[in-house]
Design a protein around this ligand. Structure first.
Ligand code: ZN
Length: 551
């Protein structure tokens, strides 16, 4: 096939907006920034960041993301048409969209006559004016992507009016017409026919079409592909299909099918999909959701085979039971109990540590990963802990301090001031100096973090740059069949970089402390801070530095 004849199909990710409507899904500000970066690395063309009018977090997101280089990926702000009876320029929603200063603005409007008159309670003419004036106003500042809400249901009810709404947006300069199957109940053949008709009816405008499907009939992927075959050039969806009710179209499946199954299309600028599994798991971990083992292409069971034969025979036979080579999407064939997560990380980190050719080191790392995964560790979201693991296994790790003991008093309640606080006491050896410190915090982890850094900052001033930006706790089943473990993920930042660490224990404080220690060690290793050399003269009279009192 001639690569130059392939039609690019642009991917529009709405994990951070539509996806975050899913039950149990919530993203912190830092999560949103991290996910956006990952999506950009993957080559996703558009990333919808949220509603700038709805909350402070989204406003902060749009401010911060502006300063981050995302390559060719465009960030979009999302919002509704102006309110009825108001000038677009005076509408707070419109102003917030412009203030977000994104290269694209996604404007959603009503297509269905019933929705205009019964939900918005505006005349059909006023709805058209709301769409047109909003698109025109926003188009002065950014490219406008027009999302036609309930397009397929609206088209069924009143096809002429549905087309009129698109024409109102197109006539006012919107660049994209995205047809939404908002209720998610349309069948692929209906999607194809209506998309084709809509494209024909707007042939007099210089606009491109996109598709936005929900998965209520378990057809969101099939519907998205049907729309592409009918001429849509953009697919909107979420990573892993997370979203309200039954979710959105899963971009993982859409991208895989377009790149690997259908011919004539190009996605993600022709990039390889070998980080797709990693991205899928990263989003699950960040959203604090359990993976879906049976998820097509990237699920842990997507290429899992039950054994029973000699391993070589299984390896040979398994490929006859696989629709694609799992490596194409960064997944792995699983036979017996081979654990797969972390493998792509292992390869990447091995390269950084110049041990890619060291078979023995690689085997040791893999064995350690498998052991820890059985205890409940999961390194997809804890790259810094993984980096330290590689250093430990290959002998290049030297601790910057040793914890002698710590103690936390949690839940100390002052009923008069209505505050609950915690106190941590910590005793560390740094070189040959003993440090003993205490600190208070809003909770036990905050107090531990404060005490740890207080004890270390004298020796390692660069630690003042770092702070904890996110903290997540999950109960995990440990492979050993013992009591459930607690997995703690911590995200730290020093303003230049953020990094994730992990701790697992049956004790939540211990799990948190281990993740904090890794966060500090990672920072010190990253900065190449030397370990303090034990002073020969003072070896026999270890110094007790009572450096501070609780504040
Ligand atoms: Zn939607």
């Amino acid at each position: 096939m001639n690569a130059t004849t392939r039609q690019p199909i642009l991917m529009y990710d709405t994990t951070l907006r539509d996806g975050s409507q899913g039950e149990g899904v919530s993203f912190s500000l830092q999560d949103k920034i991290n996910v956006t970066r990952r999506l950009a690395e993957m080559g996703i063309d558009f990333v919808e960041g949220g509603y700038p009018l709805s909350n402070e977090k989204d406003v902060a997101f749009f401010q911060q993301i502006r300063d981050i280089d995302l390559g060719g990926t465009k960030v979009c702000a999302f919002g509704m048409t102006r309110r009825r009876g108001m000038k677009a320029a005076d509408d707070p929603g419109m102003k917030a969209l412009v203030a977000a200063q994104t290269p694209c603005i996604t404007l959603v409007g009503k297509t269905w006559d019933y929705h205009a008159t019964e939900v918005l309670r505006v005349s059909l003419e006023e709805n058209l004016a709301m769409i047109g004036e909003s698109a025109e106003f926003l188009g002065r500042h950014s490219d406008v992507i027009y999302d036609a809400e309930h397009f397929f249901d609206g088209y069924n009810a009143n096809p002429d009016y549905a087309i009129e709404t698109l024409r109102a947006a197109a006539a006012s300069g919107a660049k994209w017409m995205v047809l939404c199957d908002t209720n998610g109940g349309t069948l692929p053949e209906q999607i194809a026919a209506v998309t084709k008709t809509a494209i024909e009816k707007l042939a007099d405008f210089d606009v491109r079409f996109g598709i936005h499907c929900h998965n209520d009939g378990d057809l969101a992927t099939a519907n998205s592909l049907a729309a592409v075959d009918a001429g849509a050039l953009q697919v909107q969806g979420t990573i892993n299909g997370i979203g309200e009710r039954c979710g959105n179209a899963d971009l993982v499946a859409v991208v895989s099918n377009l790149a690997l199954k259908k011919s004539g299309y190009e996605v993600l600028g022709g990039r390889s999909l070998k980080h797709l599994t990693e991205l899928s798991r990263y989003v699950y971990e960040t959203a604090n959701l359990q993976w879906r083992n049976g998820q097509p292409f990237v699920g842990q069971s997507a290429f899992a085979h039950k054994g029973g034969m000699h391993v070589h025979a299984i390896n040979k036979a398994a490929s006859t039971y696989e629709h694609i080579d799992p490596a194409l999407v960064g997944n792995e064939r699983r036979i017996l109990i081979s654990e797969l997560s972390g493998r792509s990380n292992i390869a990447a980190v091995a390269e950084q540590h110049n041990i890619a050719d060291d078979r023995e080191a690689m085997d040791k790392i893999l064995a350690e990963v498998v052991r820890l995964e059985n205890e409940g560790f999961q390194f997809e979201n804890a790259g810094a802990s993984f980096d330290l693991l590689v250093k430990r296994v290959t002998g290049s790790f030297t601790p910057h301090f040793d914890t002698i003991k710590y103690r936390v008093v949690a839940g100390d309640r002052d009923s008069r001031s209505h505050t609950v606080f915690a106190e941590a006491i910590i005793k560390l050896m740094v070189g040959d100096v003993l440090w003993f410190d205490a600190a208070e915090g809003h909770g036990p982890v905050n107090a531990l973090d404060a005490a740890l850094r207080k004890a270390l900052q004298g020796t390692y001033p660069c630690l003042t740059e770092m702070h904890l930006i996110d903290y997540k706790v999950r109960v995990v089943d440990s492979g050993a069949g013992t009591a459930a473990s607690i997995r703690v993920n911590i995200e730290s930042s020093d303003g230049n970089e953020s990094w994730g660490t992990i701790g697992v224990s049956e004790n939540i404080i211990e799990a948190s402390y281990n993740a904090l220690v890794d966060a500090v060690e990672y920072k010190l290793h990253k900065e190449n801070v030397p370990q303090p050399v034990a002073d020969a003269d003072s070896n026999d009279q270890a110094d007790l530095a009572e450096s501070a009192s609780a504040n």
